[in-house]
Design a protein around this ligand. Sequence first.
Ligand code: CA
Length: 198
Amino acid sequence: MKRFISILFMAALLCAPMTVTAEAAEEIETIVTVVPAPDQTRAERPPCFPDPSENFIQLPETENVALNKPVTSGAHTDVYVIRNVNDGKTDTYWESKGWPAEAVIDLEGSFRISTVAVCLNPSSIWEPRTQEIAVWVSADGETYTEIVPAAKYDFDAETGNRIRIDFDPVEATHVKVVFTMSTASRTGGAQAAEICVY
Ligand SMILES: [Ca+2]
């Protein structure tokens, strides 16, 4: 019996600290420090971090008359349909299946145009490459005239992964951009995230 009481006493001693600890935990006041997020509208780039887009090839500030207009092409690769080429997003792109590759844009009206820009995703994960491109225009959607012969253009993330092709102003209802070569290693066709017409 004496031994049994001793065991009970020991058990009580062992349990006692746990009870005290639990009660103490309930009494600890929770202190929450609220740190407000910085006002993003006032965020500015420190002078030591220059704007990377300063080196980008600048595009005309006039309206891009190709944006969201009907566009057609030959076969495309995988899911990279021609509709991606003028949806206004550089994170969607068209990839042709083979060569030559033509993107024909119906401007839905006659416009006096003087620049075609071809853009890739500006991210540097897009390897630098050279694409050979020619520009044709039409005033009726049937007869096309080559206004800029095929020439090689360098795409590099350092300059925004974009190029612009300038020419004498011309009236056009349709623009056909013809790709005939690319040095990119991971594609079997032309690639363009956006084709813009100004
Ligand atoms: Ca796009």
